[in-house]
Design a protein around this ligand. Structure first.
Ligand code: HEC
Length: 156
């Protein structure tokens, strides 16, 4: 039991401190976005509100809402779509039901790449700020708190 966890613990310890301090959008997140997300969330995609007005049609066309700039991506972290990046990219380890978000698989073509890119997103969002809560409570999941929001880093 214990053995299974040691390699990951060592790995995260090696990666986390180096990255947590200085992960930025331009240096770390943008290259992943360009490589793995822009195809469906790039300049030709509708803005969030246009997307929401016709969500079924866009989803059928494999077109997600636009996240093509720092500002547009923050929409999906803080407000109005609080926690969306975290819910969708999580590998299941932060989720109650243990299920990965449906965009986790987009993070890489193999598990090692997905984990590496997830660690970058987590470091950028901020230690302790990887919340899956929404702006408003839903079901038995409480709304995001000011304490959680205070931990957001999101350096440009
Ligand atoms: C092959 C196309 C495709 C790729 C590549 C892709 N996505 Fe998506 N994404 C979609 C579609 C379509 C939706 C809307 C349907 C849904 O909610 O699942 C979506 C939804 C989302 C949402 C939820 C938006 C909301 O309305 O709250 C987030 C967050 C997201 N994607 C992040 C990402 C990130 C980050 C990447 C890159 C690691 C990525 N996606 C890669 C197609 C894609």
């Amino acid at each position: 039991m214990l053995n299974r966890f040691i390699p990951t613990a060592i790995l995260s310890a090696a990666i986390a401190p180096a990255m947590a301090a200085d992960a930025t959008y331009t240096k770390d997140v943008l290259p992943i976005f360009k490589d793995r997300c822009i195809e469906c969330h790039g300049p030709d995609s509708p803005d969030l509100h246009t997307f929401e007005a016709d969500e079924k049609k866009f989803t059928k066309d494999k077109t997600g809402p636009r996240m093509n700039s720092y500002g547009e991506m923050i929409y999906f972290i803080g407000w109005p779509d609080a926690g969306a990046i975290m819910r969708r990219l999580d590998d299941g380890k932060s989720a109650k039901d243990g299920k990965p978000g449906n965009m986790y698989r987009q993070l890489g073509s193999n598990e090692a790449e997905r984990q590496k890119n997830l660690a970058v997103f987590k470091a950028w969002v901020g230690e302790g700020a990887w919340f899956l809560n929404r702006w408003n409570a839903r079901g038995d999941v409480p709304a995001v708190t000011k304490e959680q929001l205070d931990k957001l880093q999101l350096k440009y």
